[in-house]
Design a protein around this ligand. Structure first.
Ligand SMILES: Cc1cc2nc3c(=O)[nH]c(=O)nc-3n(C[C@H](O)[C@H](O)[C@H](O)COP(=O)(O)OP(=O)(O)OC[C@H]3O[C@@H](n4cnc5c(N)ncnc54)[C@H](O)[C@@H]3O)c2cc1C
Length: 436
């Protein structure tokens, strides 16, 4: 079966889908993709254990099985589900996809590949000398899992700032299927008509748009003076804010939040935003505690080299929990790619991770946004910029050059040049090659 790759999230899947199963964008963003041929093979009776049940874990398991037909492969995760398409959680926040609608691969795939899955099992600590993992089972009982090679792929969790009221039952941050189930339950039980999203980043805006489409009146409270200030320049931020407001998602920037109450979010100046549901979208943090407690090197993230090796022999790491060559990982494609390298190398192969770019691609409020590279805000550098703006049509293009080379692109409204611009930035296109 021919394969395609989604240019937006980097997922690869069989040709023929209308939308990307991982991030939901249309087929115009797909390119054909040839799966790499695996030539390395070493069958052993080793025990490979992968902790974490996200795309990095699934990708690592697949890479091991491609190289070793005999080994025992076990995935240990605290969630109840096989790896699923997490990016769809905010995009379809009120939609009950059902687990099968989100699964990366069905149960059949794990059976065929002889990959054993321990769900509802929390990893507590790893004894890296004895090669023994302490786990807590769903019933509260304790157990141990032995390994020969371990892959640490515990991902990330939602950071929740200690705003008074953040722990009220109608306040949710979204990272798992269980979280979206909670959102739907709150909407139903509280007959919610108004929601507030705290945080106007990509996931906050996606969640807000999803709730708006679900019939709620939504306000986004963003502490920064503009939307997505790290990715967009001021004009693009302002245009996006207008587009969101016009689409019925009320944006408040520069919001200083004082507290969350039973039925509102209150700002320091006393302004109240009624909300029966509050979504906290205030950033992610890597799951490093197990590594720290087990002597695996952590520098805010679990430290991995370009072969996904940690400082501990036979312990590899992949996905959102790691930093590799100074680059933290936070995207689906990065989790899949680092998982593949970790699994392959744990099996004895010698792959190197090729750094993947991390562009912003988002579809909310009836518009699309793409940003890659600089947004021209570095005060120590001089940029030459080319800007095309049609405020009425909601179209914006911005190209930033430094030393005559393209270093940043921002597109709003029409992002069809996304693939081309990604290549142009990679090849450091000269100003004269793009504009006269
Ligand atoms: C709402 C949302 C929207 C997103 N949208 C996009 C997008 O549009 N494009 C994109 O590229 N990326 C997106 N991402 C990011 C993407 O989903 C992640 O990069 C990817 O899931 C990381 O994969 P992972 O395997 O490293 O970790 P995860 O997917 O986080 O999986 C780690 C697993 O380990 C489990 N775990 C953690 N600790 C333990 C423990 N102690 N014991 C056992 N199990 C444990 C976790 O519960 C989880 O199941 C989004 C993420 C979220 C949450």
């Amino acid at each position: 079966m021919a394969m395609v790759k989604c240019l937006v999230c980097g997922a690869t899947f069989e040709e023929g889908a209308d939308v990307c199963p991982v991030c939901g964008v249309g087929a115009e963003n797909f390119i054909s993709y040839a799966e790499e041929e695996v030539t390395f093979r070493r069958d052993t009776d080793e025990k490979f254990v992968i902790i974490g049940g996200g795309p990095a874990a699934k990708s690592a398991a697949e890479a091991i099985r491609q190289r070793n037909r005999e080994a025992m492969i076990t995935i240990v995760t605290q969630e109840a589900y096989l790896p699923y398409n997490r990016p769809m959680l905010t995009k379809g926040i009120v939609t009950d996809f059902g687990y099968n609608g989100l699964a990366v691969e069905g149960e059949e795939w794990y059976l065929q590949n002889n990959i054993f899955f321990m769900a509802n099992t929390t990893v507590l600590k790893i004894d890296t000398d004895a090669k023994l993992i302490d786990v807590q089972l769903q019933d509260g009982g304790k157990g141990g899992v032995v390994y020969d090679k371990l892959i640490y792929a515990l991902g990330a969790y939602c950071f929740v700032p200690p705003i008074p009221g953040h722990d009220l039952p109608h306040v949710v941050s979204v990272r798992s299927i269980a979280d979206t189930e909670r959102v739907r339950k709150i909407i139903e039980e509280r007959k919610a008509s108004r929601a507030v999203c705290i945080g106007g980043g990509v996931m906050g805006l996606e969640g807000a748009w999803g709730l708006k489409n679900g019939g709620l009146d939504v306000t986004v409270l963003e502490t920064a003076p503009g939307l997505l200030p790290r990715q967009l320049d001021d004009n693009a931020s302002a245009m996006l804010e207008d587009i969101c407001n016009n689409a019925g998602v009320h944006i408040v920037t520069g919001a200083k939040i004082a507290k969350i109450t039973e039925d509102a979010v209150v700002l320091e100046d006393g302004t109240e935003y009624e909300a029966q549901l509050v979504i906290m979208s205030t950033g992610m943090r890597p799951y490093t505690k197990v590594a720290e407690d087990s002597g695996i090197a952590v520098d805010k993230w679990v430290v991995a080299d370009s072969g996904m090796r940690t400082n501990v022999p036979d312990v590899f790491a992949a996905g959102d929990c790691i930093i590799v060559n100074g680059q933290p990982q936070a995207f689906w494609a990065q989790a899949v790619a680092t998982g593949r390298v970790a699994g392959a190398n744990a099996a004895g192969d010698s792959l190197e991770y090729e750094k993947l770019g991390s562009s912003l691609v988002m579809e909310v409020c009836g518009t699309s946004v793409f940003a890659l590279g600089t947004n021209g805000k570095d005060p120590d550098r001089e940029f030459r910029a080319v800007e095309k703006m049609d405020q009425k049509a909601g179209l914006y293009e911005k190209y930033y050059f430094a030393d005559d080379r393209l270093e940043g692109v921002i597109l709003v409204g029409d992002i069809s040049k996304m693939g081309e611009m990604t290549e142009r930035i990679a090849e450091k296109a000269a100003y004269g090659d793009m504009f006269d």
